[in-house]
Design a protein around this ligand. Structure first.
Ligand SMILES: Cc1cc2nc3c(=O)[nH]c(=O)nc-3n(C[C@H](O)[C@H](O)[C@H](O)COP(=O)(O)O)c2cc1C
Length: 272
C-alpha cells in the first residue's frame, strides 16, 4: 500500500477514535517505529491506561457461535472418572505425535470436548465452563475435523457446548490438506480427529477492546491444557500445533479471520 494512502487511512481512523484509544494506537505505532517489533507494539497498544477503560460487553450473553441449524448430533455422556489422578496427569503429560491408526471412540471424543470447554453449570442464566475466561465472556470455540471416529460420519463439525452436541458444517478437511496447512507437519494428517481451537475476538473485545487480544490467548491456553490433561487421563495422544497458515485455516473453517481467530490445531488419537 502507498505510504500516503496509509497515512490518510490512519488520520481518518484517529479522528473516529476516543482519546484513550487513539493514544494507545499511537503508542503502539511509536513502539513499532522504535523497535521494528510488532509484538512489542501490540504489548504497548493493549496496555491498561486508566480505570474505566473497559466498556460493558455487548451482547451481554456470550452466546455460541453456530446454532446447529442442521441436525445436531448429541454426544454420549462424557466419562466422569479416569484411572489417572489429575496430579499424575499433569506430571506425565507430554506432546505425543504418533497415532495407532485405530479409530477414536465417540465417548472418548465426547469426554475430550466436554473437559476442554463444556458447560458445567449456570449462574444467573450465564453458562459456566471447564476453563476460566476473562470477564466470563468465553471467546473460545471448538471445531472437530473427524476422519475416523466410531459411529460418526467423517466431517468438519462445530462443538456446541450448551447442547454437548456436534453440528455438521461440511465435508472433512482432507488430512493431506490439514497437514499442508500446518506447514506440512505429517503427524497432523495421521490423527483420526483434530480439534481446532479458535477465539471469537469480537466477543472479548466487546468489553476489553484491544486488550482482549491478550486475554483470548490466555483463555485458549487453558482449553489447550484441558485437552492435554483429558487426553492423558484417557491414555490418548495429542499435541498443540500452533504453526499453520492462518488464512488457509480460516477459509477451511469459513470464519472471518479478523474477528474469529484460529489459535491451535490439536490432532488426537490412540497411542501406538
Ligand atoms: C503454543 C504452542 C504451539 C506449538 N506448536 C507446535 C507445532 O506447531 N508442532 C508441534 O509438533 N508441536 C508444537 N507444540 C508442542 C511443543 O513443541 C511442546 O509442547 C514442547 O516441545 C514441549 O514438549 P511437551 O509438550 O512434551 O512438554 C506447540 C506447543 C505450544 C504450547
Amino acid at each position: 500500500m502507498q505510504l500516503e494512502s496509509l497515512f490518510s487511512k490512519l488520520r481518518r481512523l484517529l479522528s473516529r477514535l476516543d482519546r484513550s484509544s487513539a493514544r494507545l494506537l499511537l503508542d503502539g505505532l511509536r513502539a513499532l517505529a522504535e523497535t521494528g517489533d510488532p509484538g512489542y507494539a501490540l504489548q504497548e497498544a493493549t496496555r491498561i491506561e486508566e480505570w474505566g477503560y473497559y466498556s460493558e460487553p455487548k451482547p451481554r450473553f456470550p452466546g455460541f457461535h453456530h446454532e446447529c441449524r442442521g441436525r445436531a448430533i448429541p454426544l454420549p455422556e462424557p466419562m466422569r472418572m479416569s484411572r489417572v489422578d489429575v496430579l499424575e496427569a499433569i506430571r506425565s503429560r507430554r506432546s505425543r505425535r504418533e497415532y495407532s491408526g485405530e479409530p477414536l471412540g465417540l465417548t472418548e471424543l465426547s469426554t475430550l470436548l466436554f473437559h476442554a470447554a463444556g458447560v458445567t453449570g449456570y449462574e444467573l442464566g450465564w453458562p459456566m465452563r471447564t476453563y476460566p475466561s476473562a470477564g466470563g465472556l468465553q471467546p473460545v470455540e471448538l471445531y472437530v475435523n473427524i476422519v475416523n471416529v466410531e459411529g460418526v460420519e467423517p466431517a468438519l463439525y462445530y462443538y456446541h457446548p450448551a447442547r454437548h452436541a456436534l453440528c455438521r458444517l461440511r465435508d472433512p478437511i482432507p488430512p493431506e490438506r490439514l497437514t499442508h496447512i500446518c506447514l506440512d507437519q505429517e503427524h497432523v494428517g495421521e490423527a483420526p480427529a483434530s480439534i481446532i481451537i479458535t477465539a471469537v475476538y469480537a466477543r472479548s473485545a466487546s468489553k476489553y477492546r484491544a486488550r482482549a487480544y491478550r486475554y483470548i490467548h490466555i483463555d485458549a491456553g487453558a482449553v489447550m491444557q484441558n485437552i492435554y490433561l483429558a487426553a492423558e487421563a484417557l491414555g490418548l495422544a495429542t499435541v498443540a500445533v500452533g504453526a499453520f497458515y492462518d488464512h488457509m485455516l480460516c477459509e477451511e473453517l469459513s470464519v472471518d479471520c479478523r474477528w474469529e481467530i484460529p489459535l491451535l490445531v490439536m490432532p488426537v488419537g490412540r497411542r501406538v
